[in-house]
Design a protein around this ligand. Structure first.
Ligand code: UDX
Length: 442
């Protein structure tokens, strides 16, 4: 393993913290820098700002070994040999990407380091950004101090630590082979493909991957719509389609759609990049449209079952954008719940993580009218309907007979297709999943 000191800018964020803790546990002296002073103070004590399975242990062992340092001072980067940029890339109107944080990070690192450093950009940035950053360094006479590499991150929330140890591929975009070798040599487990390529290809690979994942989900949700109308079952159709090795089984689960801080934002950014290049991207626009529609469809299923929502009491299971995380950024659950509340319904929510960890700090600002339950049964008690929005594994083992006895009206609208319709019908539950032929059966 090369003897390198590594700096992480944005070391308190999801990508940066996993990268910092992972590299420290590999034996690199790793300095995680973040502008959020409160976050850094907590991290210095081993307190994490978000939940990610296995990450707290990794951070604590990094602190114990003294190979992991958290700091709010960029001056600590003086002896850094290489730095990863993991800062936020907020969306601008029209889906375009704000790059100020990335640019500031790159110039701050280049100004601080004592000898030439390799700066690897992990944040998802529009195609052409690495070249622009390299020019920026030239303009600021900092080229001697830093070399830019594009090293996109593919980790998923909820499995980020595992993704760090077992990446599907490592992509390194650079203008020359030396910098690419350094980044590829940091951590590349055997048998993991390493793609050393141009800046632009590396940046495009990241957008291509996320956009394709989004397209797969929207495609299956489109097919689900026809299944529902024609009496099919999307779960069987999805299995049959996914068994073709050219297609594969992943990201073919129909439901209330994709959400979270990446897929939608990256899709919008890519559409903006097409438009900036004078091109249209109707396929990507359609994926976004279908995804938005899924959020209305679950609410319209509730309306079909209940008549109108005004005055109705509804239990919602799941608040996080996906299982295994307490992340509420760009979650589909909030717009769905907002629809319910604005239609006059009273909403009670259960989420396995957000109840214990983040409630009510995060939620009270978004939705002050929300009620909270500490179990799915408590959420269901006396309600007119139950709506499932996140596929938490614990929901699959709910005692359905008990759940039914809690509900005042046994209507379950499932945005994640967790249960067998026949089993639910046998229990006397009016069960409406996504793409499961409900229209023909009724
Ligand atoms: C995504 C990419 O997967 C990851 O490679 C990238 O680095 C960051 O963005 P993440 O946002 O953490 O990761 O979650 P992901 O597992 O991709 O799920 C995104 C959304 O799609 C979730 O809301 C999930 O519930 C939904 N989804 C996923 C479906 O609706 N159906 C599926 O079949 C799969």
């Amino acid at each position: 393993m090369p003897d390198l000191t590594v700096g992480i800018v944005g070391g308190g964020g999801h990508v940066g913290l996993v990268q910092a803790a992972g590299l420290a546990s590999l034996g690199y002296y790793t300095i995680a820098y973040d502008l959020n002073a409160a976050r850094i103070r907590d991290l210095q004590k081993g307190i994490l700002p978000f939940y990610e399975p296995g990450l707290a242990e990794l951070v604590q062992s990094g602190l114990k070994s003294k190979l992991l340092e958290f700091t709010g001072k960029i001056e600590h980067f003086r002896k850094v040999d290489m730095a990863y940029i993991c800062t936020g890339t907020p969306s601008l109107p029209g889906g375009r990407t704000e790059l100020l944080q990335v640019e500031n990070a790159v110039t701050a690192v280049a100004r601080t380091v004592q000898k030439q450093a390799v700066i690897a950009v992990k944040s998802t940035v529009p195609v052409g950004t690495a070249r622009r950053l390299s020019r920026l360094l030239q303009q600021q006479r900092l080229s001697e101090k830093a070399v830019i590499v594009s090293n996109p991150e593919f980790l998923s929330e909820g499995s980020a630590v595992d993704d760090f140890w077992h990446p599907s591929r490592i992509v390194v975009g650079s203008a020359g082979p030396e910098a690419a070798e350094i980044i590829a040599g940091i951590y590349a487990p055997p048998h993991v493909p390493v793609i050393k390529t141009s800046w632009e290809n590396a940046e495009m690979i990241k957008y291509g991957a996320n956009a394709f994942l989004a397209l797969k989900i929207s495609f299956i949700n489109l097919v689900a719509q026809l299944c529902e109308k024609s009496g099919g079952d999307i779960r069987v159709v999805s299995e049959g389609v996914g068994l073709d090795p050219r297609i594969g089984p992943y990201f073919l689960e129909a439901g209330v759609g994709f959400s979270g801080p990446c897929l939608e934002k990256d899709l919008r950014s890519l559409i903006g990049q097409f438009n900036d290049a004078g091109e249209e991207a109707p396929l990507l626009e359609a994926a976004l449209y279908i995804n938005q529609r899924q959020r209305y469809l679950v609410v319209s299923r509730l309306k079909k079952g209940l008549g109108e929502l005004k005055g109705k009491k509804i239990a919602v299971l799941g608040l996080a954008f996906k299982p295994g995380t307490d992340d509420l950024r760009d979650t589909h659950t909030l717009p769905v719940i907002e629809q319910l509340i604005s239609s006059g319904a009273e909403v009670t929510v259960h989420d396995p993580l957000l109840g214990a960890v983040s409630w009510p700090r995060q939620m009270s600002t978004f939705l002050p009218d929300l009620r909270w339950a500490s179990s799915p049964y408590e959420a269901a008690e006396g309600k007119d309907a139950l709506l499932i929005l996140t596929a938490w594994p614990e929901y699959r083992s709910i005692n359905l007979a008990k759940l039914k006895s809690c509900l005042a009206n046994p209507l379950v609208v499932d945005g994640r297709n967790l249960f067998e319709p026949a089993g639910m019908a046998a229990l006397g539950i009016d069960y409406r999943g996504v793409g499961i032929g409900a229209e023909v059966e009724r």
